[in-house]
Design a protein around this ligand. Structure first.
Ligand SMILES: [Fe+2]
Length: 269
């Protein structure tokens, strides 16, 4: 089974990078499915139905979310009906939506899980380790691929090692900076600390640089705005054998130079 995992799609530059660059990646890797983090896809914060549809039309099979799941209130109107959209599994019970699903691909089925870290992450969240332990007892014997949306490198590595040999892949998202550590852990679990950002290159994690620089210098809050300019698509190619063991993981980051206007704004990354 061949999969593309795409890092956080940020605003219009991220969506345009996807349109421009995903066809080339698809030609290079021939993926059976494409899984992307879409929690920053609408103006840098949350996702709308229109943008989710746009991303599915571009070839995304499944969207995962994270700490900005509820950033665009429109999500409440469709998250319970949209089979191709996940929010973190370890949200408090009763939260709308679902944290895992079985994804059918041209090479068979796999289980995809969206999970959130707790270290330096806001909000009430259940323990991601316990949530996965419980889930693995309940779900069918299938390859399991996890988007672990978390801040710290140590929490991501800890979850990957905790699950080594029990899941097919743990791919980190959220920091918007791709890490150079893609590897296969003992037992056939692929791991990368962070897939990186699909969004504007000349930015600070997707936001206009002057806004973030001024925030650090002055300490004053200011509404975040997604940067414009050249854009990138970051992620990783993952290959699993017939038993669901990872046999390859290869990160990539592709670029387009086209200047773009970005109208979206958000109050956080
Ligand atoms: Fe995030």
């Amino acid at each position: 089974m061949r999969l593309l995992l795409i890092g956080d799609i940020v605003g219009r530059p991220g969506r345009r990078a996807l349109v421009a660059l995903l066809p080339g990646l698809a030609a290079r890797y021939s993926p059976d499915a494409v899984i992307a983090n879409g929690e920053n896809a609408a103006g840098g914060r949350g996702i709308s139905r229109k943008i989710a549809e746009e991303l599915f039309a571009q070839g995304i099979s499944l969207l995962t979310m994270g700490n900005h799941t509820w950033g665009n209130k429109e999500i409440f109107s469709f998250i319970d009906d949209e089979a191709r959209l996940l929010r973190p599994l370890n949200y408090p019970s009763g939260a709308p939506g679902k944290g895992w699903t079985i994804l059918g691909t041209s090479a068979g089925e796999l289980a995809v899980v969206n999970l959130s870290g707790r270290t330096n992450m806001a909000g009430p969240l259940d323990c991601p380790f316990q949530a996965m332990e419980k889930l693995l007892k309940e779900i069918p014997q299938l390859p399991v691929v996890i988007d672990f949306h978390a801040e710290t490198t140590s929490e991501k590595a800890a979850l990957a090692w905790f699950l080594a040999g029990r899941v097919s892949a743990v791919a980190g998202t959220h920091t918007h900076v791709q890490t150079a550590d893609a590897r296969i852990l003992p037992g056939g679990t692929a791991f990368i600390t962070d897939l990186g950002m699909t969004g504007p290159v000349d930015s600070i994690l997707g936001v206009k640089t002057e806004i973030i620089v001024n925030r650090f210098r002055s300490g004053l809050p200011r509404r975040f705005e997604v940067a414009s300019g050249p854009a990138q698509l970051a992620g990783a190619f993952l290959e699993l054998d017939g038993l669901g063991k990872a046999i390859a993981i290869e990160s990539f980051c592709e670029f387009i130079d086209r200047e773009e206007e970005e109208g979206g704004t958000g109050s956080d990354i």
